[in-house]
Design a protein around this ligand. Structure first.
Ligand SMILES: [Zn+2]
Length: 686
């Protein structure tokens, strides 16, 4: 994922990509089809609830009853269910590709990758031997000075869990250029907050983490006493690292992540790493400037390198090599990984069946190869044309809103309209597919395939340094059930996977489609103008284009949203961290307002009649709410309260409609009812 500016995705599915559905019978190998559920489903509603008291319950109560969380899931939702249908569909594609006699280079790669993953007995037999050469190299380290080149090699294979992350990023001052970047990383728990909070639950989680680390070391052959000590070393070292990290809220400010410097100056920030050797080992193209996203973190790393003895570094490196690769090893490792990360931390009851994991690994590692076969089957030119038409209407609505804003000066408005006109719309799939021909994929070497695919991706990322930005690039695969806006690219990205029923439903009329997909498009568009996105200009450069007065008015308006969401309870006594979720909450509100305006424009010459007892406006809003129908485990809610920039599903609906007078009109709600903000309390940004 691109750093330092986070991509603003529509749901947390993108972040928690390994989330999926129920056990299902194997699909027919002949003609896989996606099952159909309408995007507005009366059976999903609970009409015994007053829509003016709890609109989410009214729209989704039936869905919640009919859709308990499957045992292998941490939450369950309309998005997750579609994601699951996608997995079943992709499984059929992969099975055909692994068995097929006449294969293209694309179907060979994905077919053999899947076959190797499904070959459980070979995976079991190999145990964790794939890691042995790296673990041997760690054991043979003779001094802390020798760590640098090995660290580079380990990061190349295993990624950011090994101390920090590296790669390319768009230059914040010149969005057409890719430069080198370094950023924080290196923790086993999902966020730095887990290490520093002093409440009882956080302490319990740290205790459980210690036990997890201890078990991993036992699996690696340490006796219990040594493993216990190793675990304490890991927690102590990671706690020190965590204290040097920026919080998620701090990371929302792009200026906090911008520290361009000469590459040679890295020697002043962190002289205990041999940077020349580091970049040589990673075979970077030559460069002079690097963005050090988090200098304090690298100062912390530097101090730690001086103060921790070599033996502790060996423990640290070995643990992260094994822990980050455990899902791809024999079941003893994969099961322990599941038990801590998905079962304890997120509440899943069972491990997902192997095929489901294998489909997700294939999508994750060879996404644009699998995606090619996928879009051929599910994404017609007509579908692309109709969604592009909707995007155009939403963008027109945004232009209209900007021109009509009563709080923004003409000067800033002009800049905002320029930015809007500069947005690139990417729909369905990339124009040019990623070429995986250099990755060796063997039908009998799952761990090796994963490693080579990882290394391919890191090489691709590193090789971008010093080159012009490729605006055709996508950061998620075509089957992904999600969408995003990227402020540095200034583009919105809607893969084919998110343009399927019950989200975008070509069989239904405009009301539910604008309420649902229209709102999502509006949401992504609004990210271009939210707290973070609005700091980037039309070209994606980090550059202020607001007058001071307009910025102050904007901040006052978003403060209204922040205050409203801060009151909502996530689980137990944990409230939404609305400083973290602010951009998403503002995008949800702005997106739905745009969708409503665009829908009115699209249907102004049509006579709309009630359907199934719901007026057109009511259908628009129920269509909106039903994208978010979900059941969530308390453990998952607890984790997301720390890590997820999105509010829980219920508030993504009820929090929005409270601020839309069109809603209370549609359902004849009275002032004072729960779903109605009194006029002086209505939040309106866009
Ligand atoms: Zn978003």
């Amino acid at each position: 994922m691109r750093n330092p500016v986070p991509v603003l995705a529509f749901t947390s599915l993108l972040l928690a990509v390994l989330a999926a559905g129920q056990n299902q019978a194997a699909p027919s190998a002949e003609q896989p089809t996606m099952p159909y559920t309408p995007s507005l489903d009366l059976n999903s509603m609970d009409k015994s609830v007053d829509p003016c008291v709890d609109f989410y319950q009214y729209s989704c109560g039936g869905w919640q009853k009919a859709n308990p969380i499957p045992a292998d899931q941490t939450s369950w939702s309309v998005y997750a269910k579609l994601y699951q249908d996608n997995l079943t569909f992709l499984r059929a594609i992969l099975e055909q590709a692994s068995a097929g006699a006449e294969r293209t280079s694309v179907t060979q790669k994905i077919g053999d990758f899947y076959a190797a993953c499904m070959d459980e007995s070979t995976v079991e037999k190999r145990g964790w031997s794939a890691l042995q050469p790296d673990l041997d190299a760690i054991t043979s380290l003779r001094s802390v000075k020798q760590i640098t080149p090995l660290l580079a090699r380990l990061q190349f294979a295993y990624g950011e869990k090994v101390l920090f992350s590296q790669g390319s990023t768009q230059d914040p001052d010149d969005s057409e250029l890719e430069i080198a970047e370094l950023d924080q990383g290196g923790l086993g728990l999902p966020d730095r907050d887990y290490y520093v909070k002093e409440d009882a639950k956080s302490k319990e989680i740290r205790q459980r983490y210690l036990e997890h680390v201890e078990r991993v070391f036992e699996l690696m052959g340490q006796n219990q006493e040594t493993a216990k000590k190793s675990a304490q070393t890991i927690l102590r070292m990671e706690t020190a690292l965590a204290k040097g990290q920026l919080t998620r809220v701090e990371r929302r400010d792009p200026y906090q992540l911008q520290h361009k410097m000469k590459a040679t100056d890295l020697n002043h920030v962190a002289p205990n790493l041999d940077w020349r050797a580091y970049y040589k080992e990673l075979e970077y193209p030559s460069f002079e400037v690097v963005n050090l996203a988090t200098p304090d973190y690298f100062r912390t790393v530097n101090r730690q390198l001086a103060s921790e003895p070599l033996a502790n570094w060996k423990t640290y490196l070995a643990f992260h090599v094994v822990d980050s690769f455990s899902p791809y090893l024999a079941s003893s490792f994969a099961d322990e990984n599941f038990a801590f990360y998905r079962k304890y931390l997120r509440g899943a009851k069972e491990q997902q069946p192997r095929w489901k994991r294998c489909v997700q690994y294939a999508d994750h590692q060879l996404g644009e190869a699998l995606g090619q076969v996928y879009v051929e089957k599910v994404f017609s030119p007509e579908l692309k044309a109709s969604t592009l038409e909707m995007v155009r209407r939403i963008e027109d609505a945004m232009g209209e809103r900007i021109r009509e804003l009563d709080w923004m000066s003409p000067e800033t408005k002009q800049q905002a309209l320029t930015k809007l006109a500069g947005i690139r719309n990417k729909i369905g799939y990339p124009d040019k597919w990623r070429d995986y021909s250099s990755v060796t994929i063997l039908p009998t070497d799952f761990a090796g395939n994963v490693r080579r695919a990882n290394e391919f991706e890191r090489r691709r990322d590193i090789n971008k340094v010093g080159k012009p930005v490729d605006h055709g690039e996508w950061q998620i695969s075509p089957p992904t059930v999600d969408a995003y806006y990227d402020p540095q690219m200034n583009d919105i990205n809607f893969p084919a996977g998110v343009l399927q029923p019950p989200l975008y439903d070509a069989k239904l009329d405009d009301a539910p489609n604008y309420g649902d997909t229209g709102g999502t498009i509006g949401h992504e568009l609004t990210h271009g103008f939210d707290d973070e996105g609005s700091q980037f200009d039309a070209n994606g450069n980090l550059k202020n284009w607001w007058t001071k007065e307009d910025r102050a008015k904007f901040d006052a308006r978003t403060q209204c949203v922040e205050d409203q969401y801060a009151q909502y309870v996530v689980v137990d006594d944990i409230h939404i961290n609305s400083k973290l979720t602010l951009d998403e909450d503002v995008a949800d509100l702005g997106g739905e307002i745009l969708a409503y305006i665009a829908w009115q424009g699209a249907t102004k010459d049509k006579q709309l009649a009630p359907v199934d007892g719901l007026t057109p406006d009511q259908r628009f809003f129920v269509g909106f709410a039903q994208w978010a129908c979900a059941n969530e485990r308390p453990e998952e809610l607890r984790m997301r309260a720390v890590t997820d920039e999105h509010s829980p599903a219920k508030y993504r609906i009820n929090g929005v409609i409270k601020n839309m007078p069109e809603f209370s009109q549609a359902f004849s709600c009275r002032s004072g009812q729960a779903m109605v903000n009194s006029p002086e309390k209505v939040c309106k940004v866009w």
